[in-house]
Structures are given as C-alpha cells and as structure tokens.
Design a binder for this molecule. Structure first.
Ligand SMILES: O=C(O)CCC(=O)C(=O)O
Length: 301
C-alpha cells in the first residue's frame, strides 16, 4: 500500500496544476496552508471544543463549527472564510474554457456549507469503504451514470491541526471509474481493497497545517488510531452554479436551524472584506435553500 499522495503541492502552485491533480487523482495534498502563527489559535480552539464535546457539553460537534452558540465559532469562522483556504477553493472550482467549465470562480460564486471536526476516537474505529454520493450497492451502469453526472460544484477538504493525521485512505483515480470486480466483492473493512490495484491505495498523511482536498466520490474510508491525537477540520464550500438540492442537503444537516442567528460581522475580527465575504456566502446558502423548498428554517435572506 502506498503511503502518501504522489505530488504534494504548496499553496502557491498554479490553479490549473491543482485542478489537474484533483481531476486525475481525485485528491490533492497541499502542504502548509497555514503558518504556525495561524495554526496556534485554531489548534487551541479545536482542543477547547473537543474538551467541551467529550464532556458532553456540545451536542453539535459533528454538525458545525460555525454554530453561533459555540464559544470558539469566531476562531473557526476566521479560518473557514480566510484567503488561505478560499483561494484554493476558488482555484479548484474554476475551470477554463478548454476545461469546458464555468470560468473563473470568484468570491461571489462561493456558498457557505459545512464545517466539522474530525477527532481521535476513544477506541479503535474504522469506517467501511464508500463513496459519499454513490451507494455501494450501485450497479456498474448506475455507478458510471452517477459519476458522470456529478456536478463538481463544491470543494471538500481535511485540514490537519496536529502532526501525524493518517486516517483517510483513498483509491487514487477511483472517482472517474466504476469499481473493479475485486472492489465490488471485497469485504467492507478489507485492508487492501484490490490486490491488483494495491499501488493506487493511498493513506493520506498530513502534518499540522497541511490539507487534502478530495472528490467525495473517490472510493475511500477512515481508519482511526485511538492513540494518535487528531484534530482535523473538515470543510466544504459550494459554487452557486451547483444545484439547490445540495444547499437543501446542507441545511438539512441542522444548519437551517441556526444559520439565521450567525452574525459574521460581529464574530469575525478585523478585515471588513472577510466579514462581507462571510455574510454574502451565508446569504447565498439561505437563498439556495429557499429556492429548493422548505428546509425548516425561517430567516430574512
Ligand atoms: O476521517 C476521515 O478522514 C474520513 C472520513 C470519511 O470517510 C467520510 O467523512 O466520508
């Protein structure tokens, strides 16, 4: 089994190179998105939030880090709406005419979505092999149809705040093809999914400040070591050209119950541009959600 991505990139890599790698491999590792000074407050907030959740005082930890009642929501918002992350998101959600796409992705195309934390479990734990948006039971035809129809209108990442995050296991390139026969008949928790394709099975290794952006339809699983500290931020940001169904899905994760109480103008420090960007991304989520029907929230858009 291979142990890391082939070509880790830096935040300054050209946008087209980032997109090309995401398209080919289904994931792209970017080293040192955050500097030590950006990392420290975030890691402290993540540690406080984890303590809160482990003590049973924060029921929403799996739901959202931007929840207005979370004491450190402002610290998490500072990272979610930062240039460091969103410059990469915009690079990944852009597509040049030769790539057949939507053109350059700008701030005003971005939609707020999910922001969760992935932490060390108290006991060894594994997630089975899966694709996020295509059921494992899909036939080959259905799998091909669903993969071809995927919108690619959101970006998704894990950003490690501690060294030694090695929980995400992916099969390189599997977001572009149906499963092999061996992959279809493998056991749900099989260590090597397909012996013939073993070289393409990658354990993504991240140190503090590194991020992996990945296609959620890549064949993947989570394998967790309860002795290894893990504080990783898992985020998604949408493109407004995406279907309203996605916004509906995000809002149905519980976000619709509190998104109207967020006020990023007061919970974010400093830069007015970032505050405005955050509020506009929040409003776009609400608007898309409204257009998709009743998602159980009431707010002035
Ligand atoms: O913990 C991880 O990095 C993987 C999580 C995962 O497989 C998922 O959220 O679908």
């Amino acid at each position: 089994m291979a142990s890391s991505g082939s070509f880790p990139l830096t935040p300054s890599a050209p946008a087209a190179a980032l997109r090309q790698q995401l398209h080919m491999d289904g994931f792209v590792i970017i080293r040192q998105i955050l500097s030590t000074s950006e990392l420290e407050p975030l890691r402290a907030a993540a540690a406080r939030t984890t303590t809160l959740a482990r003590a049973g005082n924060w029921p929403h930890i799996r739901t959202h880090l931007l929840h207005p009642d979370l004491p450190d929501a402002g610290v998490f918002a500072q990272s979610y709406f930062s240039d460091a992350l969103l410059d990469i998101v915009k690079a990944l959600l852009s597509s040049s005419p030769s790539e057949g796409g939507r053109g350059e992705c700008k701030d005003d195309d971005l939609v707020m979505e999910l922001y969760n934390m992935l932490v060390r479990p108290d006991a060894p734990f594994e997630l089975r092999w899966h694709r996020d948006d295509v059921p494992w039971t899909a036939t080959v035809e259905e799998e091909v149809r669903r993969l071809d129809a995927a919108e690619h209108a959101h970006a998704q990442w894990n950003l490690a705040l501690c060294d030694g995050d090695a929980s995400l296991v992916v099969v390189r390139g599997s977001h572009r093809r149906a499963r092999t026969g061996a992959e279809r008949t493998a056991e749900p928790y099989q260590a090597v999914l397909d012996q013939q394709n073993e070289g393409e099975q990658i354990t993504v290794r991240l140190d503090a400040g590194d991020a992996v952006f990945y296609d959620n339809n890549i064949v993947h699983r989570g394998v967790y070591d309860c002795r290894q500290e893990r504080l990783s931020l898992h985020g998604t940001v949408g493109h407004r050209a995406g279907s309203a169904a996605r916004a509906r899905n995000v809002l149905q994760h519980g976000v619709g119950e509190w998104v109207d109480r967020c006020d990023f103008t007061s919970c974010l420090d400093g830069d007015e541009r970032i505050k405005e960007r955050a509020e506009r991304m929040r409003h776009r989520l609400v608007k898309l959600g409204r257009e998709s029907g009743n998602v159980g929230f009431s707010l002035e858009g």
